[in-house]
Structures are given as C-alpha cells and as structure tokens.
Ligand binder design. Structure first.
Ligand code: PRP
Length: 216
C-alpha cells in the first residue's frame, strides 16, 4: 500500500488500495446495515493501521528459533490508543488486534448540533501520559473541531508524539488540523469533497456513531 500525501495538505496521508476503495464504497452506501457497517469499520481500520504504523521504531533483539540463534526486531515504543467516543469505539478492536499491547484511553466528545462545536463529556486519561506515541481514533474528521480539541488534551497530557487515524476527512477538517496541529499526521481512507451547511461531510456517510450503534 502507498500512502499519498497531498501537496496542499502535508499532514494528510490517504491510503489508496482496491480493498480500501471497495470497503469504503460499502461503508458509505446508505443501504448498509449497522451490523455490516461495524464489520466494515473494523476491516478498514485493520487496513489503515498497517500504513499508520509504518514509522514505528524497532529494537533489534537476539533470540533462538527452534534451530539456531538469530536476530529480529520488536516494537520498542509504548503505544496508547485514544478513541473519541462514541464512533471511535468501532476502531478500537481492530487497532488492538494489530497492537495487542497498546493501552486504551477514552475521551468523550460530541458535536453540539447547533453550534457545531465539540463538547467534552468524558475523560479517563490518568495524570501523566505513560506512552511514547498516541493514536487518536475517530472515523470522521469534519470541521476538525473534535480532533483538534482531542489533540489539545493529549498534548497537555504530555504525549510525546501523536497521530490521528480516521476513515473519512473533509478538506475543512484537514486544513483546521494543519493550522492547529501541523505536527500530527492524519491517516484516512479518503478525502471527501466538502462539508454541507450542517457541517456533515459530502458525499460522506452520515453520522458514523449513529450508523455504528443503530441509533438513527
Ligand atoms: C462525530 C465524529 C467526530 C465528530 C467530527 O461525532 O465521530 O467525533 O463528529 O466532527 P468535527 O470534525 O466537526 O468535530 P459526533 O459528535 O456525532 O458524536 P458520536 O460519535 O457520539 O456520534
């Protein structure tokens, strides 16, 4: 897989792969049920995580196979996953499949329907960040307000490095993140066209949290 970075948005990595395009088409189709939607979020996250973890560092280690001594590499960074509730929850399990030793810290933010501003309602971060790298998980980057606030919180917590893993982004959200947090790479399956008047992504998929949990 190759992650394209956009000239306009040096913080954005879009992974182009037929499996991603195929699953994204299914995900965004209005006929997709919640049950299928959950499975598709899992599958897409699994595919995206490989690209998003391409720069993790390895420590060389010497060990024995059943036949002889050899050397290999083991991940030497402590990784924390920060799903933004609710929709980010759908990405936790596949991220943990790839990174079984990662810790999961929950942040609850919802976007106020009238103001479009994120409202914080839950934070289970301990006093100090114990991890070397934090991956923020949220399928949607619309205005970028929620992601930017989440990064503010995680930076204030002391995270040494941060990345954002999503499924769909709007140009407005990527630009907001570039302005607020140019040091945070954004890994998504697709950059969609624009936001509508209600700050929903077009063509988009509607509300990821509602579609994941059947609460439309
Ligand atoms: C959605 C989405 C992001 C946020 C994106 O969550 O999952 O968290 O909106 O919008 P923004 O980039 O404009 O901030 P929502 O507020 O609908 O909450 P939910 O996950 O509980 O459905």
């Amino acid at each position: 897989m190759t992650a394209r970075s956009h000239d306009e948005y040096p913080n954005l990595r879009c992974t182009s792969h037929p499996l991603i395009s195929h699953n994204l088409t299914e995900l965004t189709d209005e006929r997709t049920s919640s049950r299928a939607f959950r499975a598709l979020v899992r599958r897409l996250t699994t595919l995206l995580i490989y690209e998003a973890t391409a720069n993790l560092s390895l420590a060389e280690t010497t060990y024995r196979t059943p036949l002889e001594s050899t050397t290999g590499g083991r991940l030497d960074q402590r990784i924390g996953l920060v799903p933004i509730l609710r929709a980010g929850l759908g990405m936790v399990e596949p991220a943990l499949d790839a990174l079984p030793d990662a810790e999961v810290w929950h942040l609850g933010l919802y976007r106020d329907e009238a103001t479009k501003q994120p409202v914080s309602y839950y934070n289970r971060l301990p006093e100090r960040c114990p991890d070397d790298h934090i991956m923020i998980l949220d399928p949607m980057l619309a205005t970028g307000g929620s992601a930017s606030d989440a990064v503010d919180v995680v930076k204030a917590w002391g995270a040494p490095s941060i990345s954002f893993i999503g499924l769909i982004a709007a140009p407005e959200g990527v630009a907001r993140m570039l302005r607020d947090h140019p040091d945070v790479p954004i890994h998504v399956a697709a950059l969609h066209r624009q936001l509508n008047g209600d700050a929903f992504i077009l063509p988009g998929l509607g509300d990821a949290g509602d579609r994941l949990f059947g609460t439309m």
